[in-house]
Design a protein around this ligand. Sequence first.
Ligand SMILES: [Zn+2]
Length: 431
Amino acid sequence: MKLQKRFEHGNLTVEVYGGFGEVGGNCIVIRDGDRKLVFDYGIRYNVMRRYYGGRIEPLGPAEMIKLGVVPSPEVTEGTQALYISHLHLDHVGLLSTAYSSTPIVFPDRDIARATIGAWYEKSPRWLAYIPPRNWDLTSSARVLSEDKDSVIAIPVSHSAYPATAYIYMGRGATLFYSGDFRLHALVQFFPSLEESLQKLGVNSIDVAIIEGTNIGNPAPPMARSGFEEIMISSVKTFDGVIVSVDPHDFEAMMFIYRVVEKSQRDVVIASERIYWMLRVIYEKMPKHINKTLTALETSKQPPPIPLSSVSLVNEVFKDMKRYIVVAEPVHLLEHLRRLKVHGREIDLTNTVALLLDPEPRETVREVENKVLIQWLEMFGAQPQRVRLSGHYQPQQLKQIIQILKPKQLIPIHTEEPELMLRLFEKYRRLT
Ligand SMILES: [Zn+2]
């Protein structure tokens, strides 16, 4: 992967190897004297889609590196650490291609292992190169305190949990790297960006590398209030409520619980890939566990904490009013297809299926929405796509600039870098 852009601020150099003028594929190298840090190591999906599709799959990492789909391993040479902002693949990339001595910092190492580790390690496809080669060289980011390389993790809201922005307290300058983020969380169980900076005593930033996914987007995605309205009215109106949740999207899951809390329904988890969340729910909001069941048909493996289970076929689909079914799309389809094969007549009339589709450009989609919708309709359910964004809304950029007060802006993860810079020039005068 070639160098896309180089920026200088005093003695600090920022090299962008992916994510400039494009959504996804972030890879940023910071040099400060003898110190070298890498932020994210992502897959560039806009390049990937150009060369692959259907049965044309990557031959392996060498080809992907050659085509510039992923960063070249040399960017990790001699680095103190590689910091990952969150677990979407356009930020994680093929970690096992990094230099073998590279320490990798995740927002939460255990969650990384329970998700990208467990899902991809045994994959027969190129996905097997996503987990790091050696988990012993990985660690969890230091939240709101400085690590040995002067990096501080700031928890932020995103459609992959946990997500962190990072501040580098450089020798001559401070740098902020946003990863992907929403300004307001769906469920706020960590300090806001503003509060975090206050806690740290950081009043302004020298260089801010900020994502701009939604800047210039003519179809602005749904905000929290829209999602809340759909959830509440669905629970009120429909007998059945099925929600397909991306298996990284813990915040959406917590939001579902918040709505369920006010109803008589229980949450039925019908996908193994969502199981990792149960441990986090147990730690953060244990009361929700009492309202949670697992689907009997799902599990080859038991959930990480003991839970009662319920049969989708014999109980849930016969009395949908009592439940909200949460599943990732592929599993949901699997259940329905099996029923069809076995000739079971399932009538899901007056059931809504909310398909959360947060970041279509930032990950591999395992099932096409069109196909999913066909199947759901065949069973009488009403599918509804919910485009809840994991990114801040365009009108919030001004507020972000006011919070960070950066001297220099580097736009990343956006198709509109020029527009972002022009907006920055306007907003900075107001700070
Ligand atoms: Zn993301």
